[in-house]
Structures are given as structure tokens and as C-alpha cells.
Design a protein around this ligand. Structure first.
Ligand code: C2E
Ligand code: CA
Ligand code: CA
Ligand code: CA
Length: 278
């Protein structure tokens, strides 16, 4: 047994080393990527379920890596959250999203809401509200059209969260709690947070069949949100059945592959034109 153990150890070791090297490599690539604008944003629409209209769009970051190709955020956002690069990256995302919104306005597109994800580090960043204010001013973005998405984990320090959210709300922006239902947010505090909307996590929407347990969760979150005067968005909508269920529960908005995957800005523009005509 000892021998087998040693063999396992020997074959395991190089793997570990490679992983660490790979990770270090990605970190240094990330620094370069920020300087050379290798990041892009993909856009996914949010649709009002009562009217069928496109009411917003979420900006989702991607990394066009020179060797590895287009990387999804799951492959680099966690690293940037650990090493702090999320702060400059997050600022780039906000700026790029607001600039894009402005460009769409100038191209004659009707105004729609732009949603941007905030990370924990950003949420705790010194003078976050001032930074966002400055981006709004620089880009001429009307604050009421910017929506910031936070997660439940950011609300665990309740007093800090209430204070920070109040500062953000004072800018005139909208705030939603993303991936709702997956964290451990204290429901008792929900009414104290100055937020506008809950986004029900995709994991509850995926198996949304009448009578199932996810159906019960989605119905409960939706009615609770409505009683607290919060709006509800369902993420990850992929089929008619889910859509019908959400409409019946008076869920305000939906987002998901059913409408389209996140797409580059120019494609979104034509997608939008096409879908607002029909
Ligand atoms: P999220 O904020 O929950 O974003 C929604 C994710 O679900 C996106 O993945 C989107 O492509 C995916 N999605 C949307 N509709 C469907 C569907 O119908 N089916 C399935 N299977 N998936 C769907 P993406 O773009 O890979 O982003 C993953 C996560 O990375 C985001 O989850 C968000 O937490 C994070 N992220 C993305 N951009 C940023 C950013 O700029 N800053 C920060 N801090 N995080 C970001
Ligand atoms: Ca989000
Ligand atoms: Ca989400
Ligand atoms: Ca999610």
C-alpha cells in the first residue's frame, strides 16, 4: 500500500505544479490584459413578461486571451477577486457599459436599463459611490438607467450593507440582489436594504415544473418580494413552460437563452432592432 501511495504521490505532484504555474501565468496575463484592453462585454437582454418588451440588458465580461481564446468570467473573475485586480477590472466594466449605453442612445436606440455586476471587493471599496458618480458624469449615463447587481453575501455585514446601498441609491441608480436564494441572506433584514429587485437564481428556474419543489421556491420568493415592494427577475429562462409559470406568478422580468445568449454589442443592437419591430 505504501508503494502505491508513493506512486500516486509522484504522479500527482507534477500536476499540482502545473496547476500552480498555470495560475501564476494567468495572473500575469491578467495584468497585461488590463493594460492592453483584452476584455470585452457581452450583453444579454431582460424582457418584461407582461409586455414582451426588452427593458434592459446585462453586461457580462469576457476575456479575449491572445492564446487561449475567449474566456468566460468563471475562469478569471475569481482570480481577480483574490488578487485585487477586480477593482480596476470592475471599474473598466462600469465605464465600458456606460459608454456603450451612450453609444446606443446616440445611434437612436430607445433607452434601456444597463445592469452591471459588482463584486464583493468593489462593494467594500473606499468611496465606491464617488467612483460611480464620476463614471456617470464622464459618460452622461442617466443614473436611473444604471442597475447594480450585488449578491446576498455582500449583505452579511448588515449595517455596512445598508449604509453602502443607501449611498448608491442616493446617486439615483437601481440595485438588485443577484443569484437570490443561493446565499444565506437574512430574510428579516431584506426589508431594511434599499434595493429594488431580486433576481431569482438560475438553479431554481432550470427545473421549474408545476408542483415541483423549485416551483414552490420560485413562487414563494416572488410573492415575498412583491409584498416587500420589490420587483422580480428570473434568470436562466430557456423554455415556454418556465416562461408561462413565471408570467402566471406575475414575475416582472426574465432573462435567459430562451431570448438569446449574451452577445457582443453590435449583435445586440441588431437583435434589439429586430425584436422591437415584431
Ligand atoms: P450572473 O451575474 O448570474 O450572470 C448570468 C450568467 O448566466 C451568465 O454567465 C450568463 O451567460 C448565464 N446565463 C444566462 N442565461 C442563461 C440560460 O438560460 N441558461 C444558462 N445555462 N446560462 C445562462 P457568464 O457570462 O459566464 O457569467 C458568469 C458569472 O460571472 C456571472 O453570473 C457573474 O457572477 C460573473 N460576472 C460576469 N461579468 C462580471 C463582471 O463584470 N463583474 C463581476 N464582478 N462579475 C461578473
Ligand atoms: Ca448578474
Ligand atoms: Ca445572476
Ligand atoms: Ca448566477
Amino acid at each position: 500500500a505504501a508503494k502505491i501511495h508513493r506512486n500516486e504521490y509522484q504522479s500527482y505532484r507534477p500536476e499540482m505544479t502545473r496547476t500552480t504555474q498555470d495560475r501564476l501565468r494567468l495572473e500575469s496575463d491578467l495584468r497585461k490584459a488590463l493594460e492592453t484592453e483584452q476584455f470585452t462585454l457581452a450583453y444579454q437582454p431582460l424582457v418584461n413578461l407582461a409586455t414582451g418588451r426588452i427593458v434592459g440588458v446585462e453586461a457580462l465580461v469576457r476575456w479575449q486571451h491572445p492564446q487561449r481564446g475567449l474566456l468566460p468570467p468563471g475562469e478569471f473573475i475569481p482570480i481577480t477577486e483574490e488578487n485585487g485586480l477586480i477593482l480596476p477590472l470592475g471599474e473598466w466594466v462600469l465605464l465600458a457599459a456606460c459608454k456603450q449605453n451612450k453609444a446606443w442612445q446616440e445611434a437612436g436606440m430607445p433607452p434601456i436599463r444597463m445592469s452591471v455586476n459588482l463584486s464583493m471587493r468593489q462593494f467594500r471599496q473606499h468611496r465606491l459611490a464617488d467612483r460611480i458618480q464620476s463614471i456617470l458624469e464622464q459618460t452622461g449615463m442617466p443614473p436611473e438607467y444604471l442597475e447594480l447587481e450585488i449578491t446576498e453575501s455582500m449583505t452579511s455585514d448588515v449595517e455596512f450593507a445598508i449604509h453602502t446601498l443607501a449611498e448608491l441609491k442616493a446617486l439615483g441608480v437601481q440595485i438588485s440582489i443577484d443569484d437570490f436564494g443561493t446565499g444565506y441572506s437574512s430574510l428579516g433584514y431584506l426589508k431594511r436594504f434599499p434595493v429594488d429587485k431580486l433576481k431569482i437564481d438560475r438553479s431554481f428556474v432550470t427545473d421549474l415544473t408545476e408542483g415541483g419543489s423549485d416551483a414552490a421556491i420560485v413562487s414563494t420568493i416572488t410573492s415575498m418580494a412583491h409584498q416587500l415592494k420589490l420587483k422580480v427577475t428570473a434568470e436562466g429562462v430557456e423554455n415556454d413552460e418556465q416562461l408561462r409559470f413565471l408570467r402566471e406568478r406575475k414575475c416582472e422580468e426574465a432573462q435567459g437563452y430562451y431570448f438569446t445568449k449574451p452577445i457582443p454589442a453590435n449583435l445586440f443592437e441588431s437583435w434589439y432592432r429586430h425584436h422591437s419591430q415584431s
